[in-house]
Write a protein that binds this ligand. Structure first.
Ligand SMILES: Cc1cc2nc3c(=O)[nH]c(=O)nc-3n(C[C@H](O)[C@H](O)[C@H](O)COP(=O)(O)OP(=O)(O)OC[C@H]3O[C@@H](n4cnc5c(N)ncnc54)[C@H](O)[C@@H]3O)c2cc1C
Length: 291
């Protein structure tokens, strides 16, 4: 199928794009990598009257150090997460997560901002943003706001972005050199969207007692979720199989999945438990010696 007719706009700056968004409101939609939007338009599930193409806005494509971590312009392509050495140096979890996004061709077109703005509940970058509490820098003609993932991801493919707002930058923190980390994904085939994915970052003291834990799950709810139950089951406990199992059970109990054509709710919940446990085992195995 072909998309419904639309008027095409190619702004050269963020200011110009914000003008167009303010002018067209609900009738406008921005085009980033097009890897999700163009299929939706071809199926006529999206029918913007005005398509605002961000691909000529050079100022939205960059990676720069920010507050010890890294800031990515929204139009930075997803493959940059895999290939830029400063990403691996500051946050080795991000290249691993990025390699699970579709296939290499998709990652060369798809953008970091587009994936987060699209808010697919099983997409890898929204999960990474949730796990690491990324900062999402959003601009409109009224100014700038910085949103956190838990207030940004509202529901399946729904965010707190207003029609006049543009996601401009995504800031990921660095991982502590004392941290062990893991990303585990269950998908039918390589390159498919996940059925369930889990990610964890752990820190421990010299006795192997957990001092800090982050656990997040995709596929257990309409948005990616931190599991406060799993985190509470870890902190203060010796990092050992029983602790991992208790934390994985807590994550599964907190999950509220829905059945769809890929998996039943019951199966997803079971997979949350399995994949959180695997993520915790691997994160613990990556803790520096002496932790
Ligand atoms: C075959 C295939 C397999 C895929 N597999 C995966 C996968 O396994 N995991 C995964 O995560 N993704 C997967 N994707 C999707 C891919 O990651 C997309 O790149 C991503 O979902 C959207 O990014 P985009 O830059 O292409 O955005 P677009 O498709 O251009 O836009 C998506 C939506 O976000 C909005 N938007 C984009 N940028 C901004 C912005 N800066 N500010 C405000 N709104 C914005 C658009 O208006 C649109 O509504 C797959 C895609 C294909 C075609």
């Amino acid at each position: 199928m072909k998309p419904a007719a639309f008027e095409y706009h190619a702004p050269r700056s963020v200011a110009e794009a914000l003008d167009l968004l303010a002018q067209y409101g609900d009738e406008g939609k921005v085009l980033a990598g097009g890897q999700s939007l163009v299929p939706l338009m071809n199926f006529r599930l999206a029918r913007p009257a005005h398509l605002i193409d961000l691909n000529r806005i050079a100022e939205l494509s960059y990676v720069r150090p920010h507050d010890g971590g890294l800031a990515f312009g929204a139009m930075t392509r997803q493959y940059v997460l895999e290939e830029d050495p400063q990403v691996a140096a500051r946050n080795p979890l991000l290249p691993v997560i990025a390699r699970h996004i579709g296939h290499v061709q998709i990652r060369h077109r798809g953008t970091i901002g587009g994936s987060i703005a699209h808010a697919d509940p099983v997409a890898e970058l929204p999960l990474a943003a949730t796990l690491l509490d990324a900062e999402l820098v959003i601009r409109s003609q009224d100014g700038e706001r910085v949103a956190r993932p838990e207030e940004f991801f509202l529901h399946y493919l729904m965010t707190s972005l207003a029609p006049t707002e543009l996601l401009c930058e995504v800031r990921f923190p660095a991982l502590s050199p004392r941290a062990g980390w893991s990303f585990q994904e269950f998908a039918r085939r390589h390159g498919d969207f996940a059925i369930v994915a889990a990610a964890a970052v752990l820190e421990a003291d010299a006795n192997g007692v957990c001092t800090a834990a982050r656990v997040a799950v995709a596929g257990g709810a309409p948005t990616p979720q931190r599991s406060s139950g799993a985190e509470a089951a870890l902190v203060g406990q010796k990092l050992a199989p029983d602790t991992f199992e208790a934390a994985a059970e807590a994550a599964a109990a907190e999950a509220d999945p829905e059945s769809d054509i890929h998996a039943s709710a019951d199966y997803r919940r079971k997979m949350v438990r399995v994949f959180v446990r695997r993520a915790l085992e691997e994160a613990a195995s990556r803790l520096p010696k002496g932790s």
